[in-house]
Design a protein around this ligand. Structure first.
Ligand code: ADP
Ligand code: ADP
Length: 223
């Protein structure tokens, strides 16, 4: 295995980035850095950052780059990122991608950018059925990945809720924002030889197996 591993997971909202990031987190003892989760944590705790982020998140728009980049810089400076991290939801546009290159260069750069490919209709089905634990953030799906007891988290018994921005009207705008602002990153990382696309339509365990073999094939990990 490389000394440090930095992965950037790309894919439409609902593609399965968070689900796969959580599996990789356990498999490699590397932290998942989800900018969406950090914003939601701040929202819940009513911090200034949370209040600012809320107005953008409610509309499905991106939170301004300066705020987001500073937040990620701060997160990456924490000791648990010394061996790398799994980026989930950042970078999300070209400004963030080039800022991330600068931050990450001194850590040896990005190892791979797996693109989890999924059709929009399927993404919509996944997002509208997504449920999240209010206390630990674990992610479920009412049909595809249901908890043992409806509405209750298997891990800590917390209440499961639907994110406000997972309602169909907001999801449509988030998909639009993805195609407009985030999809140019596909070309950006392809040109750097870092992009690796995989089929995200399979079931969760199979996507994970495909992702692990991709990491092995690209020399990021040794199986
Ligand atoms: P999903 O996993 O469904 O794609 P996220 O949890 O990543 O959703 O993001 C939820 C919202 O948080 C976004 O719609 C956006 O408002 C905000 N957000 C998350 N990451 C970023 C980012 N890198 N830059 C700007 N805004 C972000
Ligand atoms: P993202 O972080 O890309 O927005 P999530 O990982 O939160 O996506 O997944 C979106 C929803 O789809 C969640 O409800 C999750 O349980 C479900 N899900 C994730 N991966 C799969 C899969 N391979 N098959 C079926 N459902 C999935």
């Amino acid at each position: 295995m490389c000394d440090r591993i930095f992965l950037v997971l790309l894919g439409v909202p609902g593609a399965g980035k968070g689900t796969q990031a959580k599996l990789l987190e356990k498999q490699f003892q590397l932290p998942q850095i989800s900018t969406g989760d950090i914003f939601r944590y701040n929202l819940k705790n009513e911090t200034d950052l949370g209040k600012l982020a809320k107005s953008f998140m409610d509309k499905g728009e991106l939170v301004p780059d300066s705020v987001t980049i500073e937040m990620v810089k701060d997160r990456l400076s924490q000791s648990d990122c010394a061996n790398g991290a799994i980026m989930d939801g950042f970078p999300r546009n070209l400004v963030q991608a080039s800022a991330f290159d600068e931050i990450i260069d001194r850590h040896g750069g990005i190892d791979l950018v797996p693109l989890i490919a999924l059709e929009d209709d399927e993404a919509m089905r996944r997002i509208t059925g997504r449920r999240v634990c209010r206390s630990c953030g674990a992610v479920y799906h009412v049909d595809f990945s249901p908890p043992k007891q409806e509405g209750v988290c298997d891990i800590d018994g917390g209440e499961l809720y639907q994110r406000d921005d997972d309602k169909p009207e907001t999801v449509r705008n988030r998909l639009y924002v993805y195609y407009k602002q985030t999809s140019p990153l596909i070309g950006y990382y392809y040109a750097k030889g870092l992009l690796a696309e995989l089929d995200g339509s399979q079931e969760i365990g199979q996507v994970n197996v495909t992702l692990l073999s991709l990491l092995a094939e690209k020399g990021v990990i040794i199986e």
